[in-house]
Design a protein around this ligand. Sequence first.
Ligand code: NAD
Length: 530
Amino acid sequence: MSEQTSIPADPELDPTASYATDQSVIRRLAGLLRASAGTRTTYAPATGQPIAELPLSSPDDVLAAVRSARRAQRGWKNVSLADRAAILLRYHDLVLDHRHELMDLVIVESGKARKQAFEEVAHVAMTARYYGRKAAELLEPQRRSGMFPLLTRAEQRFVPKGVVGIISPWNYPLSMAMADGLPAVLAGNTVVHKPDSQTPLTALRALELLYEAGLPRDAWVPVNGDGPTVGGAIIQNTDYICFTGSTKTGRLIAQQAGERLIGCSLELGGKNPMLVLRDADVHRAAEGAVRACFNSAGQLCVSMERLYVADQIYDSFVTAFLDRVKRMKISAGTGWDVDMGSLVSKAQLETVTRHVENARAKGAVVLAGGKPRPDLGPLFYEPTVLSGVTPEMECFDNETFGPVVSIYRFSDESEAIERANEGEYGLNASVWTRDARRGRAVAAQLVAGSVNVNEGYGATFGSLDTPMGGMRASGLGRRQGVEGIRRYVDPQAIATQRLLPIAASHGIKDEAYAEFMTGALRVLKKFGRA
Ligand code: NAD
């Protein structure tokens, strides 16, 4: 991989000089946390340098956070929907205005490249705009068909759950922190939120902007600390859990939520397949595959870890793909020209290294990459392409969550679909073809919560009006779209009966009433009522 270039750190863009390391900013943000259980230092993955010593929360702090969020919810749910929506629309503008600060924080805390940090800014702004604009359509009470025309007036209301607990991961520290909470507060809930303890500053600055947009402080209370203790206290005390993270943790959370009989949405892992059909534009597909496989160093739940390429174009696709991979700029620099940054943690580096070494030892061929790059930073790993991966290898069907993709050849399209559908996951998939209609037909046969045609993940991720989430072990529930907000409310039916009661009355015998009802039901079916 000597062709891969590293950019020497630009002193003006160096993370140590950014907004994210301004100590007065850090003190101000740390002050937003409900935390009294000591401190922990966080480190910048790309450089290994300390970022901040941040306060940690205890289970008692979580309890206090839930109590104040619960008190706040009583008033917040009565704020008019229009006023709540206006806060989201103001937030849209504030996020865009403060994008550079937010990107600095994302880069320093997660180690990702600037262009990928911008995706998070755009996603949060778009989410705020989408829900801000759709508030009335999604949340105002709706008239529904009553039992009898004219006699039964029925409507459906949407009652907020109460206090929503949000537990978010480090890999999209801005987007995953905010995008799930915005619909929760819009729906009249308040939030207690635990961002991952590697990336709390990003979440705190984003939250500070939401307060500036008009959200009351106690309507979204942040806490900081480890998953089992602080996350566990959130699960035990809130009314609904929105979790994004690994399938392993998701299973634990589902059990705990089940015991309490509260709802949860779980956005979990994937082993996402991309199908490059024989009529695909090879160069566009190769370009798209680079972004889809190596964005955020592959630490993206919807990134591609399996490429299935049609026999007829396999060689030209592999040549075009490897050519681009080898020209990628990987670096700890913070400029726009960096294509891939660092992994986030030692644990991630160990998993990536283990998956590649295991595959290599069992006979896989390393077509590109294949080793750590300590010369660039302590946690860098090269974008890696493997061929000859078989079911005995660890990376065959386990999520790597790193910059490693396995490439396979296929000759029969239905067999490729079958192979893409193997495994326990079903999060995201991608299909490349010049015939969009055919692409959509293939997409409909894939077991995945989202499928992108001629794109890796961005088309569905950015289409806020569509639901996003996983099938099978990739999750429960959906973010985005109607489903992304309705998960936070309990639908309530209110029906008012007029004139005639729904039972035999006025001296009519039960049997006669049953005959009358039988006739009425037949008439209602004939005239098309549900
Ligand atoms: P993780 O499950 O270890 O941690 C995620 C969050 O859960 C963190 O805030 C962590 O502190 C908390 N947590 C951990 N154990 C907990 C417990 N027992 N109780 C309560 N909270 C707990 O996941 P991770 O490894 O940090 O994140 C990467 C994983 O997340 C990958 O598998 C990735 O695919 C998945 N992910 C999925 C999506 C999606 O939308 N489907 C998005 C991003 C990441």
